[in-house]
Ligand binder design. Structure first.
Ligand code: PXL
Length: 279
């Protein structure tokens, strides 16, 4: 067993009901052997898809949180950001990256803004603009199709492209913004399949792979995908294999959820599959 402690700073919200964000990141990345340090951006009683959720924005805590971690001289193998509570947080996460990144740190920005052609309720246009700035600092980004459309800009989100050729063009446009590795997730290019597109700017290679799709909408699967991907990538440095491992894990959890008869609003039932991540 490799006893080296590898740390990940996980900058996401924590939502009480409905799996996703920090609850998914801490569970999966811990199972994969990484010490996962939560840096909460907001506390919600549930994800924003459930009416009546409470929302406590933690922007005013950021400076002191960063200063304390700095005083502890913490080093990270990865900095991983997701859902942000306000536009100000995009600049603060950018500062976090400047303060803590060293030559070995991998910066993954999951630009959480929306899904299914819609922005999330807490995601303003200003927050999208801030996210466009933040992705410039990332080594890897993992937008879904809607978020990729927002980042590229100029698209009606209800009429996003549904062909591999367009998506490949987007991968190049996103790489031109700064990140050297791009994964576009959750692409419904074929009616019964869900695709992930991977681009590595260093080798200029593009891969698109397909999985059978589970005919149900589950919140939080993007967070689960990005978390498992990051763990696998830190273990192997293999972009495409890590994306395949993450997509396969999410698919299995979605199938299990359907089989269990649980309400999809709670996200996918991944806890029982965590032992697979420990192998
Ligand atoms: O899965 C993305 C996400 C993260 N955090 C919160 C959300 C969502 C999507 O709905 O509401 C609070």
């Amino acid at each position: 067993m490799d006893l080296k402690n590898r740390r990940i700073a996980a900058i996401h919200d924590i939502s009480g009901f409905g799996r996703g964000s920090l609850t998914a990141a801490i569970a999966t990345l811990s199972a994969m052997g990484f010490q996962t340090l939560p840096f909460p951006t907001a506390v919600l009683s549930s994800h924003t898809g459930i009416p009546g959720y409470t929302f406590h924005d933690l922007t005013s805590d950021f400076d002191a949180y960063i200063a304390h971690w700095k005083s502890l001289n913490l080093k990270f193998d990865a900095i991983y950001s997701g859902f942000l509570g306000s536009v100000e947080q995009t600049a603060l996460v950018s500062r976090f990256i400047d303060e803590f990144r060293d030559e070995n740190t991998i910066v993954l920005v999951d630009p959480v803004m929306g899904d299914g052609g819609k922005r999330y309720k807490t995601c303003s246009e200003e927050l999208c603009e801030g996210m466009k700035e933040l992705v410039k600092k990332a080594d890897i980004i993992t937008p879904n199709l809607t978020e990729a459309g927002i980042l590229v800009g100029g698209w009606d989100l209800n009429r996003l492209p549904r062909c591999e050729r367009c998506v490949k063009k987007w991968l190049l446009e996103l790489a031109a913004m700064g990140p050297s590795k791009i994964l576009i997730t959750g692409m419904d290019l074929l009616w019964d399949q869900i695709a992930v597109a991977c681009y590595d700017a260093k080798s200029e290679t593009t891969d698109v792979f397909y999985n059978d799709c589970v005919d149900e909408y589950f919140p939080g699967t993007g967070d689960l995908f990005a978390s498992v991907f990051l763990g696998a990538y830190l273990q192997s440095s293999d972009l495409v294999q890590s994306a395949k491992k993450a997509a396969c894990f999410v698919k299995k959890a979605a199938e299990l959820t359907v089989k269990s008869g649980e309400n999809p609003i709670e996200g996918v039932l991944f806890e029982k599959l965590l032992p697979e991540l420990m192998k």
